[in-house]
Design a protein around this ligand. Structure first.
Ligand code: PAF
Length: 253
């Protein structure tokens, strides 16, 4: 497994792969890898000759500096997960290589990105779309893999790829859950034991409550600080903070 901090070195490697007509599967992440990421890597391994993982905690998508400061970093464990999944290369770029422009240029979407998480996290999806476009351009993968846990992100990335005639196929992968139903997320590492016990109630309430309004009320009564519960396009979406950790989830209706 190779590691690339220098993007120039990665670009040399990429040229060799393209010359040899090897297909590339790409999994972009912010690290703190869990079984959800491992499932994306496994799918990429099955469908491509060469698997690239990026680990980059992208500051431009954090609207809350405290959330960025607390974002878990577990690089040794990440290497282990990557090795087990059969990753060929990890990209670990630095800010000045990803943002040589100092974030003067950005990608924005003006409709769906304003709803749900976008309504509560100003600038978040500009940061996500911008870094994903940069990474997709850098990796030039045949396929890139994203989890449905971040359903809004996934739809916006699909839309961006179409709008800008980008050639990487975006592959949607199902949410991976803990045995108690909690959607796997790097932020779960920050839950204190009490909040971790309570966190599966988010999905339970989304699944078992007739209306979004009632679901919102129930979650508030259970101690969640609710940003939103909304039914949209045949799914129910929610974001809520518990024990200082913001959780998101979505389920089919
Ligand atoms: O889903 C994530 O981990 C991030 O939003 C992504 C897609 C890696 C962009 O930083």
């Amino acid at each position: 497994m190779k590691e690339f901090i220098s993007l120039q070195n990665w670009i040399h490697e990429r040229s060799d792969l393209k010359r040899a007509h090897r297909t590339i599967g790409f999994v972009p992440t912010m690290g703190a890898l869990h079984a959800g990421h491992a499932s994306l890597l496994k799918r990429a391994r099955e469908e491509n000759d060469f698997v690239v993982l990026s680990i980059y905690v992208n500051p431009t998508q954090f609207n809350n500096p405290n959330d960025l400061a607390k974002y878990p970093i577990t690089i040794e464990n990440d290497r282990e997960v990557a090795r087990e999944a059969g990753v060929d290369a990890i990209l670990l770029p630095r800010y000045d290589e990803i943002y040589p422009d100092g974030y003067r240029y950005k990608v924005s979407e003006n409709e769906f990105s304003k709803l749900l998480c976008g309504a509560h996290r100003p600038g978040h999806f500009d940061g996500v779309l911008t870094v994903v476009m940069k990474l997709l351009n850098l990796v030039q993968a045949d396929r890139a893999y994203f989890g449905e846990k971040d359903f809004q992100q996934l739809q916006l990335i699909k839309g961006m790829v179409e709008a800008f005639f980008m050639t990487t196929a975006i592959v949607a992968c199902p949410t991976v859950r803990e045995t108690d139903g909690l959607a796997m997320s790097s932020r779960n590492l920050n839950l204190n034991p009490r909040a971790r016990d309570q966190a599966p109630q988010l999905r339970e309430v989304l699944v078992n409550t007739p209306t979004s309004l009632e679901a919102r009320e129930k979650l508030s009564q259970l101690g969640f600080d609710v940003d939103y519960v909304e039914d949209l396009h045949g799914r129910r979406f929610a974001a809520a903070t518990l024990g200082g950790v913001r959780l998101i989830d979505n389920v089919a209706r």
